[in-house]
Design a protein around this ligand. Structure first.
Ligand code: PDD
Length: 281
């Protein structure tokens, strides 16, 4: 395997950044995960736009021209011969003597790009079964709209889920409304067949997969509401699912101890999963 690190393509096993990288010391950096489907990077412009936004919010400079980044991402995918999988991009504020203040202006951002294969058949088999989620009190900082590498709360929530036999943790806020998953956006279908997901304006990451699914939903004429929903409403739902570049549309069949519907993936979730790539860029 090959990774790209700060200007060089290097054997994955030797790929490294300096110990005084601010990503390592302060989680002072941002990232993107894009799906690779049939040798192409899915929704690349949208991911790069979000990366741009995350960088601007944290006042980290672009490590290179946008066109160069697109080229290198494709090159990492090509050199690793990934047909289906993910590409990971991380940009941090760079290497500098440890100090909370921003480093001097001549410090350049660090960039790492890796790619890895996944097995689409295994993912589809998982989707046929559906996943369980647990609910978990929101304990993240308010700027979850920034795709920051500071993921410790997400790591702890997801590990708790795993230890309880679930695949994802759904955060709920002070009003008992679901925000999102540890690494996914959250959706339900109510008993009357309305698809519901939380508005992207507060408390969640504006998922790229989420935006594609919203376009698909509009195209298919599925009844839809963008609003907050409570943990109880989710447990009473007909079906539920999560979305992310890494999982695409993944049906949820159980929330805490509550089995949804007949305990099988919902028809809207499966339909959106099947049609997903007809709506991507
Ligand atoms: N996670 N919410 C959170 C907290 C996320 O970390 C992610 C993505 C999403 C979905 O966003 P998108 O559809 O753009 O992937 C929502 C990535 C995949 C990860 O951390 O691995």
């Amino acid at each position: 395997r090959i990774a790209y690190v700060n200007g060089q393509y290097i054997a994955h096993q030797d790929a490294a950044v300096h110990v005084e990288d601010r990503g390592y010391q302060f989680a002072d950096g941002v990232y993107e995960v894009c799906e690779i489907w049939q040798n192409t990077i899915v929704d690349m412009p949208r991911h790069i736009d979000r990366l741009d936004r995350s960088l601007n919010e944290l006042r980290i400079g672009w490590p290179m021209a946008r066109s160069a980044l697109l080229f290198i991402m494709r090159e990492v995918v090509r050199r690793n011969r990934v047909r289906n999988g993910i590409v990971y991009i991380q940009v941090t504020r760079g290497v500098s003597r440890r100090d909370h203040f921003f480093p001097p202006d001549d410090v350049v951002p660090s960039i790492v790009i890796t790619a890895r294969s996944s097995n689409p058949k295994a993912a589809d088999a998982a989707a046929e079964k559906g996943i369980s989620v647990i609910t978990f009190p929101e304990n993240r900082w308010p700027r979850v709209d920034i795709k920051s590498v500071a993921l410790l709360p997400n790591v702890l929530a997801k590990q708790t889920a795993k230890e309880q036999g679930a695949k994802e943790a759904w955060y709920f806020d002070a009003d008992n409304n679901v925000t999102e998953g540890g690494s996914t956006n959250a959706w339900i279908v109510t008993k009357d067949g309305t698809l519901v997901t939380r508005p992207a304006e507060n408390g969640i990451l504006r998922g790229i997969t989420r935006s594609v699914v919203l376009e698909l939903v509009a195209r298919e004429g599925i009844a839809f509401e963008e609003r907050a929903f409570s943990v109880q409403e989710a447990k009473d739902a007909r079906e539920a699912f999560v979305t992310a570049a890494s999982t695409l549309v993944m049906p949820v069949i159980k929330i805490d101890d509550t089995i949804l519907g007949n305990g099988h993936p919902g028809s809207i979730a499966m339909r959106l999963r099947e049609q997903f790539h007809t709506a991507t860029d």
